[in-house]
Design a protein around this ligand. Structure first.
Ligand code: APR
Length: 247
């Protein structure tokens, strides 16, 4: 692989083989539960309006959403995650940019991971941008407050919430500098994340080559943004890719 700067973009499809459902696939959460999707679109407004009720919801003290975060925290990496961390250890992969909030890339040993939609293992203060580990904050009194005085929320980025500037900047820089981009397990319909492959095609040095691995074609496939499309499960295809590179 004569790439000098390869990166990978991942979505919920890379974690379905770890038992976490995706959102828009045939068994996806939004596909099978329209009410949950409608609630997800209200969550950030709820935080802005009433952070205490927001916390009661995300902790599962009210409603069912808290259970999803707990389920996510129980999950284990699958062979697809381990294959990507192995490519990074070989120095063939520079960075993972993920939409997943499950922390499974880090659990699998990947190090340079940009969590574009945040993490269930962290809290963030939208006022000053600071983040901290979940277990470092007492949740006896809700909402938890930041040292700056702002109410803290889950680090997870909800619909209608801006992507934190630091994360967006790092991801764009990687997309513009890469010469090879793997895209794994995403429907590529959520922006601004879905703009990263298009940015890679406008890259500083060279127009990056894009390899897409997904269970079904996406707008990136149909619009010819990806140069190669491999239809399959990431937990099967990525380990095969590693085996091929070992030969
Ligand atoms: N291997 C490959 N592809 C898979 C697998 C698998 N094992 N399982 C599912 N897929 C595919 C699905 O067919 C679908 O095309 O992965 C894609 C997952 O797409 P989405 O469910 O839309 O997930 P994602 O693209 O990550 O969603 C983006 O939307 O709901 C928000 O914030 C949430 O980060 C999420 C964002």
């Amino acid at each position: 692989m004569n790439s000098k700067h390869a990166i990978v973009l991942t979505g919920a499809g890379t974690s379905t083989e770890s038992g976490i459902p995706d959102f828009r696939g045939p068994e996806g959460i939004w596909t099978t539960n329209k009410e949950a999707e409608a609630k997800a679109y209200e969550r950030y407004d709820l935080f802005l309006r009433d952070p205490k009720s927001y916390w009661e919801e995300v902790l599962g003290l009210k409603g069912t959403h808290g259970a999803f975060y707990n389920e996510v925290k129980q999950a284990k990496p699958n062979p697809g995650h381990y294959a990507l961390s192995e490519l990074e250890w070989w120095g063939l992969l520079k960075c993972v940019i993920t939409q997943n909030i499950d922390g499974l890339h880090l659990k699998a040993g990947s190090r340079n991971v940009i969590e574009y939609h945040g993490s269930v293992y962290k809290l963030r203060c939208p006022s000053c941008g600071s983040r901290c580990k979940f277990e470092r904050i007492s949740l006896e009194k809700l909402p938890p407050y930041c040292r700056c005085g702002g109410a803290m929320k889950y680090d997870v980025v909800h619909f209608k919430e801006q992507i934190p500037f630091d994360v967006m900047e790092m991801a764009e820089k990687e997309a513009l500098e890469c010469d090879l981009m793997l895209i794994c397990g995403t429907s590529a319909v959520v922006y601004p994340f879905a703009s990263l492959p298009r940015a890679a095609k406008l890259g500083y040095e060279s127009k990056a080559k894009i390899i897409e691995i997904n269970a079904e074609p996406t707008p990136l496939t149909y619009e010819g943004v990806s140069d190669y499309f491999i239809q399959g499960k990431t937990g099967e295809v990525l380990p095969q890719l590693v085996e091929m590179l070992k030969k």
